[in-house]
Design a protein around this ligand. Structure first.
Ligand SMILES: *Cc1c(COP(=O)(O)O)cnc(C)c1O
Length: 493
């Protein structure tokens, strides 16, 4: 299967090349040229399988240029070897009237691991397959979770270096510690003075700067991306929509063919877009509900057809969703329009910070998507009530989705089963979660909060977080957003 750019001005490539490049040369994102289709038998066949076996079946539909052995080797190294704290990798769980899909059992306790444990494996196989001899530099802009997950996935990877930029003061203390204590001879972590969009725009600018890329080329270095615009990030995420559905059949909650709705806490639109691919492939997905925090640019877009990033940026208690430019939306726009139209939208976004889709296009989006948002106060109230009623502790991101899922069910009376996609362990955001539960902790030591939360929660704190206590800080660099290129060059030269 070949991949093409959403902006229509780059040559078609196979999966290995798309994964190495990260972004298409014309600035667009790679999308599959045709959508693989699955049958009801395919879905039924997943029910008795392990997560890794399910992943092999789904991935092989998209990674046509990888051999079966290559794919299962990558999956084994990503999800095997005790890296996840459960063999199920992405278990479902009954909480009240919904099913929660827990995507945070990986090494960094957030859903990014689902993709970022696999991407480095797919990439190193891709380097061999394409005969690439240069060193790859992975540049990441992170709002918190991507950074550590990418560092954990790429640390000590052969022929690859990784540099992570995070917004100074824009990530939780635990998220910061996870990143700045990362070991590995090939890693660098830098705080940028600005917010996430500044960091992300800076990285995008570096990718688009031809003279700078020539300079890197002369130093035998080639840039690539581990952000969710990379196809290798997106494709692993399609698997868990299938896996959750198969588990629901297995648990007798649904019959094969019944439609299921998924509510997804959304930032860059990567997670929910994987659900859209699953639906387009034929998985019986009903509605995909896009949940945002107070940075509700996507809620407004899905409700009105106008995408407008010209608005105040809020720092919330769900920082991984504090995003005003949702890069992966470009892929959805492509699938409901065409490359010329997408180029028009993206030019308008770059020039004036907004674009409006036609009512026909909006109608197509509305067939599948619904959107809502919750501010911090609502999010905290949800954490408290779900805990009081079910004894289950939601993290701040998942709580947003929980709230929007219930708003959707109340408003539409849609009775199809609801899966709330859970994207982080509550321990990653202990202080906010405790605040929501009405527990006072003194000072701002994240480990005091971790211990206090453990007293309330029947689930123990993940090892990857408790072991950060006293870990040595290895990265303390800070830079201005205009100095990112120099920082990159200093690292690789
Ligand atoms: C990244 C992240 C999200 C947002 O996912 P997108 O794919 O960017 O929409 C939500 N919750 C958590 C905890 C995350 O780390």
């Amino acid at each position: 299967m070949k991949y093409k750019s959403t902006r229509g001005r780059s040559a078609e490539v196979n999966a290995a090349e798309a994964i190495i490049k990260g972004i298409a040369p014309d600035g667009g994102l790679f999308v599959p040229c045709e959508m693989p289709h699955v049958t009801a038998e395919f879905v039924e066949g997943l029910v008795p399988l392990t997560y890794r076996e399910r992943a092999a079946r789904v991935l092989s539909l998209f990674l046509a240029d990888y051999t079966t052995d290559e794919i299962s080797g990558c999956i084994e190294r990503a999800y095997g070897g005790g890296k996840f704290d459960t063999d199920k990798v992405a278990p479902i769980r009954d909480v009240g009237d919904t099913t929660v899909l827990e995507l945070w059992h990986g090494p960094t306790s957030a859903f990014k691991d689902m993709a970022l444990q696999l991407l480095p494996q797919l990439m190193s196989v891709a380097l061999k397959k394409t005969g690439e001899k240069r060193e790859i530099l992975i540049l990441v802009a992170t709002s918190g979770d991507t950074g550590k997950a990418a560092l954990a996935g790429f640390a000590d990877a052969e022929q690859i270096k990784i540099m992570v930029f995070y917004p100074d003061g824009g990530v939780s203390p635990i998220q910061r510690l996870q990143m700045v204590t990362q070991a590995g001879g090939n890693v660098s972590v830098v705080a940028v003075r600005g917010n996430f969009d500044d960091a992300q725009s800076g990285v995008k600018k570096i990718f688009g700067d031809k003279p700078f890329n020539d300079k890197l080329d002369a130093a035998n270095v080639k840039l690539s991306s581990a952000n969710s615009i990379n196809w290798g990030r997106l494709v692993p995420q399609i698997v868990y929509y299938f896996s959750a559905y198969a588990d629901m059949i297995g648990a007798g909650k649904i019959k094969n063919g019944d439609e299921v709705n998924y509510t997804v806490p959304t930032g860059n639109f990567g997670n929910i877009l994987a659900g859209y691919y699953a639906k387009r492939m034929g998985l019986p997905v009903g509605r995909l509900i896009c949940a945002s925090n107070k940075n509700n640019v996507l809620t407004d877009f899905i409700r009105t057809g106008k995408y407008d990033k010209n608005r105040e940026f809020y720092k919330t208690i769900s920082p991984s969703m504090d995003i005003l430019i949702s890069s992966n939306l470009e892929r959805l726009l492509y699938h409901v329009t065409d490359a010329d139209t997408v180029r028009g939208y993206m030019d308008a976004l770059a020039a004036g910070g907004s674009y409006t889709v036609s009512s026909d296009v909006l109608a197509k989006i509305d067939e599948t998507f619904w959107a809502g948002c919750d501010d911090d106060d609502a999010t905290k109230a949800i954490i408290k009530s779900v805990y009081d009623e079910n004894g289950y502790v939601l993290d701040t991101h998942t709580a947003v989705a929980w709230g929007v899922a219930h708003e959707y069910m109340n408003e539409t009376h849609d009775a199809r089963p609801m899966v709330v996609v859970s994207t982080a362990s509550p321990y990653k955001f202990s202080a906010s979660v405790l605040d929501a539960l009405g527990v006072d902790v003194e000072g701002d030591d994240p480990f005091v909060a971790l211990d206090a939360l453990e007293k309330k929660n029947s689930v123990k704190a993940p090892k990857g977080l408790s072991s950060l206590r006293g870990a040595k800080v290895l990265h303390d660099k800070t830079c201005d957003k205009d100095a990112m290129e120099n920082t990159v060059f200093d690292f690789v030269k």
